[in-house]
Design a protein around this ligand. Structure first.
Ligand code: NAD
Ligand code: GLY
Length: 346
């Protein structure tokens, strides 16, 4: 699959079960600088050591807490110390934290060097590795510093999913259900699935997700129009993440979709209520043994903190309406808060 963003920028996406062989081939042809995190390195150290015997491998600490300007600068310093040159290739092997931070480093170093992503989480395989958004968190705001910059190649090997903890699979499932609500072919596959946590099944639906995300990103690389559909469920998800400390992003997205489907039922006249009920039940199945959120665990006053989606007392929601259709609906922030109080289960 190849996505062309304009005449100068394109990205090839390769789905393969031979990712280490491909990386070994790359390492034989050009100088690589490899970024990964400690967890991924810990699990796949034999592969890293045999495939990259002469390349520099920079291993950052794992997790969102390390997606920071400080870690970015430490990485850039290491690249400068190692005398990485413009013709070299940065290879980011890991989840969305590693690909977002590695992509940003590659776009900054010497005004931009090429990079390749090897996404190893479900979320990174179906979402973060495609579309060219790179970032680190700054001043307490997620992804405040970043660029739009496409990797040269993305190599996706579904066998990485076998080592992923269940909660990380759920993070990917949040984005997969969101894509499905917007993409009928994927909705059909999910509706027919017996076990959402079967990594064989998840590997099979990665390409459909990629096809959907790539087509949206290709049409709207800078997120000025149609790409905003990917915010489906996310305004409420961000609010839930801000007001509850123990929800993962995937759990917040699945709960956000359940609540926004309910808001759509009540506020969008031509909404397909049967579809919205079926979407809510898909989200509950994807949550697995994680309980849907309850009213008493959420501090709604914090909803207003989500700067990206609140403008002068108005909150912007991207609501599901029917299969494959969404609507961007501004709502008075107080009205949104009241509605959530009404619909959150106790
Ligand atoms: P992550 O990179 O923190 O990975 C989650 C955890 O899984 C980490 O501890 C990691 O070490 C571990 N891990 C990775 N691969 C593994 C494997 N194969 N086996 C076992 N453990 C493994 O988080 P994530 O969920 O992959 O990505 C979240 C990040 O992605 C966020 O920072 C978010 O902002 C970003 N994101 C970016 C985009 C984009 O368009 N650029 C889209 C969505 C999300
Ligand atoms: N994850 C949403 C986007 O890439 O636009």
């Amino acid at each position: 699959m190849k996505i062309a963003f304009n005449r100068k920028s394109s990205c090839e996406i390769v789905i393969t079960e031979k990712v280490w062989e491909i990386l070994a081939g790359l390492a034989a042809r050009r100088r690589l600088f490899v970024l990964t995190d400690k967890t991924v390195y810990g699990i796949y150290s034999d592969r890293f050591d045999s495939v990259f015997p002469t390349s520099s491998v920079y291993t950052m600490s794992a997790g969102e807490a390390y997606k920071t300007p400080e870690v970015l600068l430490a990485l850039l310093k290491k690249m400068a110390d190692e005398e990485v040159l413009r013709g070299d290739l940065l290879v980011a092997v890991g989840g969305g934290v590693v690909t977002d931070l590695g992509g940003l480093a590659a776009s900054l170093y010497m005004r931009g060097i090429e990079c390749a992503y090897v996404p190893t989480t479900l979320l990174a395989q179906v979402d973060a590795s495609v579309g060219g958004k790179t970032a680190v968190d700054f001043c307490g705001v997620k992804n405040l510093l970043g660029t739009f910059s496409q990797p040269r190649s993305v190599y996706i090997d579904p066998s990485f999913l076998a080592t992923l903890p269940l909660r990380e699979l759920r993070c990917g499932l949040g984005e997969i259900v969101k894509h499905a609500a917007l993409f009928p072919a994927l909705y059909e596959r999910l509706s027919a699935a017996s076990d959402f946590y079967d990594v064989g099944f998840l590997g099979e639906i990665v390409p459909l997700n990629l096809a959907f995300k790539a087509q949206i990103a290709e049409k709207d690389p800078m997120e000025t129009g149609i790409r905003k559909c990917l915010n489906l469920g996310h305004t409420t998800a961000h609010m839930l993440e801000l007001s509850s400390s123990d929800l993962s992003h995937g759990e917040a997205v699945l709960n956000g979709l359940i609540l926004e489907a309910e808001i759509a039922k009540r506020t969008v006249k031509d909404a397909d209520v049967a579809f919205l009920c079926s979407l809510q039940s898909l989200c509950r199945r994807a949550l697995g043994d994680a309980e849907p959120v309850k009213g008493e665990t959420i501090d709604l006053s914090l909803a207003r903190l989500d700067k990206k989606n609140v403008r002068r007392g108005e909150i912007v929601l991207t609501l599901p309406v029917r299969c494959g259709e969404y609507r961007i609906v501004p709502m008075d922030a107080r009205g949104y808060e009241d509605m959530l109080k009404e619909i959150l289960p106790s």
